[in-house]
Design a protein around this ligand. Structure first.
Ligand code: 5RP
Length: 224
């Protein structure tokens, strides 16, 4: 049977979760395995509570029996497990392929520890081959996209079927096909200045540990 790298990464990350913790639950196909495993641990008696980063994750938490607490009601979030789309050697990352970047960033910013679970192929030398998601408000979006085109950011409004994709926060996402991001901090500052932008998928100075699963082993890479 082929090795399921997402499963290996997701399940391994749950070994950092301790009894009594409030756990931020990320979104995506890799963190799915962490959520499923946490459900198993909860059923075995581990006292944990989950703070969800999307409706999709909330549904999974309910399905696997993880007690959920609203972010507003959580005194703290001890640890968050989430996926990522790209991670560079300094631990800077792109997230938001699944469209949950805004809630994911808020949960990450309020977490004592952030752990990302990835397949090893997502470890890159430089960010940007993966399109950078930018969450924008619907009002004036076509004007904003035209500006991004003028700046040669190659924006593509995300769609789902024949409809515009809408996030859980009722916003749109524009994916920037930049191909490379030589200076993520500078791009972060530039994107932040644009009216209509809510958030973007550059997660800078965020992650503490990356659990990266390759065909030969699962590696834990520690940052900050
Ligand atoms: C969702 C995300 C995901 O964590 C990211 O896209 C990775 O997803 P997957 O594990 O399915 O590849 O940021 O907004």
């Amino acid at each position: 049977m082929p090795v399921n790298l997402k499963q290996q990464a997701g399940e391994r990350a749950t070994t950092f979760v301790e009894d009594g913790m409030v756990v931020g639950l990320g979104t995506g196909s890799t963190v799915f395995y962490a959520i499923r495993k946490l459900g198993e641990l909860a059923r075995q008696g581990m006292q944990i509570k989950g703070v969800c980063t999307s409706v999709q994750t909330m549904d999974l938490a309910h399905e696997y029996g993880i007690p959920v607490v609203e972010i507003e009601d959580a005194k703290c979030i001890d640890i968050t497990i989430d996926g990522a789309d790209e991670v560079d050697p300094g631990g800077q990352g792109i997230k938001g392929g699944g469209g949950a970047l805004l809630f994911e960033k808020i949960v990450a910013a309020n977490s004592g520890q952030n752990i990302w679970v990835v397949e090893k192929r997502k470890l890159v030398q430089q960010l940007g081959a993966f399109p950078l998601p930018v969450e924008i408000i619907p009002f004036g979006h076509s004007k904003l996209i035209r500006k991004m085109e003028e700046w040669k950011w190659r924006p593509v409004l995300r769609e789902k079927g024949s409809e515009i994709f809408t996030t859980d926060g009722h916003h749109y996402i524009v994916d920037l096909h930049l191909h490379s991001i030589p200076d993520p901090q500078q791009l972060n500052a530039e994107i932040r200045k644009i009216p209509g932008v809510v958030e973007h998928g550059l997660f800078l100075d965020t992650v503490n540990k990356v659990v990266a699963a390759g065909p030969d082993k699962v590696e834990i890479i520690s940052f900050r």
